[in-house]
Write a protein that binds this ligand. Structure first.
Ligand SMILES: Nc1ncnc2c1ncn2[C@@H]1O[C@H](COP(=O)(O)OP(=O)(O)O)[C@@H](O)[C@H]1O
Ligand SMILES: Cc1ncc(COP(=O)(O)OP(=O)(O)O)c(N)n1
Length: 274
């Protein structure tokens, strides 16, 4: 059984963070371990409270898991502070793992999940050791310092982020103004790129989409898929999870992690290499 790890915040409402990651891991048949960086009191209406873990206790969790398991791939989500990021980067740079970074900054309701002064630590310590970075458009703007209003800006921002040493940047299109499609553009360090295009679902039930997508990439990488195959299959996982909502909660409801196993044969992501 392939072992993976999520280093992220817990979402008491179960739709994002550690909980979304573990549900994704379970559905994709990898064994999930966790390092919790913060507890959040959260539901589909928003984040009501944050209780960060101490950096020392983050290190203790990393040590417990790595001293016992052979972890093949790790993803990070909500990291909260520069101190926590530095502990994680120092620890992971000694390990031979594939590292997927979802640079979680702001929850849908507008609450900050990463302190402003932590962005530099993310860029300078985690990106150089990462395999994949999965920013949404607002996160890409913060990391690259480039305002993204068209495809040229997106390409420039991706190349700026690749310069920090990460091997692949996936610009997620959930926040773009495209009406009919949700396109994620993948930029690789060798200068190539491709787009993954799916139908845009008009729904408010998108809580945890970014967490679910990055957890799916992590699972498929651990199972031995190539970077490109892992991205495409993860895009399919999140598409089906959005397309088949559970309709629970009173706000932005969670996605449906069961849908991929039930319907994966019925949907293909369009890949554009031009
Ligand atoms: N309304 C939607 N319809 C289809 N796919 C979507 C939709 N919203 C987001 N996605 C997809 O979900 C994944 C996460 O994207 P995004 O929502 O931008 O991330 P985040 O949760 O970090 O803001 C991406 O693959 C994106 O294309
Ligand atoms: C604990 C925790 N981690 C991450 C997020 C953000 O998740 P994301 O997938 O970006 O989804 P939304 O916040 O956009 O719904 C979170 N809310 N909580």
């Amino acid at each position: 059984m392939d072992v993976v790890m999520t280093i992220a915040g817990a979402d008491s409402g179960g739709g994002a963070g550690i909980q979304a990651d573990l549900k994704t891991f379970q559905e994709l048949k990898v064994f999930g371990t966790t390092v919790i960086t913060a507890l959040t009191a959260q539901n589909t209406l928003g984040v009501q409270g944050i209780f960060p873990t101490s950096p020392d206790f983050v290190l203790q969790q990393l040590t417990s898991v790595f001293s016992d398991f052979h972890v093949k791939a790790v993803k990070t989500g909500m990291l909260f502070s520069a101190e926590i990021i530095e502990v994680i980067a120092n620890y992971l740079q000694q390990k031979d793992v594939q590292l997927v970074i979802d640079p979680v900054m702001i929850a849908k309701g507008g609450e900050s999940l990463l302190q402003k002064e932590a962005v530099d630590a993310l860029k300078n310590t985690l990106l150089p050791i990462a395999t994949v970075l999965t920013p949404n458009i607002p996160e890409a703007e913060v990391i690259s310092g480039i305002k993204i209003e068209n495809e040229d800006h997106m390409t420039k921002a991706a190349h700026t982020m690749l310069q920090y040493g990460v091997q692949c940047v996936v610009m997620k299109g959930g926040h773009s103004k495209e009406l009919n499609t949700a396109t994620d553009k993948v930029y690789l360090a060798d200068g190539t790129s491709f787009s993954m295009i799916s139908k845009r679902i008009h729904t408010k039930h998108t809580h945890g989409t970014g967490c679910t997508f990055s957890a799916a990439i992590t699972s498929f990488l651990a199972r031995g898929l190539s970077l490109k195959e892992a991205m495409i299959e993860a895009k399919k996982f999140v598409q089906l999870a959005i397309e088949n909502p559970l309709n629970i909660g009173h706000g932005h409801g969670p996605t449906n992690h069961f849908a991929y196993q039930q319907r994966k044969g019925q949907y293909e992501v369009i890949v554009d290499e031009s």
